[in-house]
Design a protein around this ligand. Structure first.
Ligand code: FES
Length: 107
């Protein structure tokens, strides 16, 4: 397997209802993960991009959270509608999606 140029981690952490930290899953991250996998399949970009679900990345209240390596870019409040732009602009184009980036105080 060739090493992908970029690796996307989508937080799919779940917590019980009423938990004080909430969770990305409760904020819709499963649909975001499915959108990333769907876009990966549509583009057949398996040698360029890897998509992996993860546990908690830390800043739960800004979820759904997505981090992209090697840059270590954290995107917050990602929705399925954002996934195509992240692919085009960052995963393929190499430029971060500024409007979705976490603030400097967060990450
Ligand atoms: S639950 Fe997703 S960052 Fe904590």
């Amino acid at each position: 397997m060739p090493r992908p140029a970029r690796h996307v981690f989508v937080c799919t952490q779940q917590r019980p209802p009423g938990h004080p930290r909430g969770s990305c899953a409760a904020q819709g991250s499963t649909a975001v993960l499915q959108a990333f996998w769907g876009e990966l399949q549509k583009r057949q970009a398996y040698e360029a991009v890897a998509i992996t679900y993860s546990g908690c990345l830390g800043p739960c209240d800004g979820g759904p959270n997505v981090v992209v390596y090697p840059e270590g870019t954290l995107y917050q409040r990602v929705t399925p509608a954002d996934v195509n732009e992240i692919f085009d602009t960052h995963l393929i184009g190499g430029q971060e999606v500024e409007r979705l980036k976490a603030s400097g105080a967060t990450w």
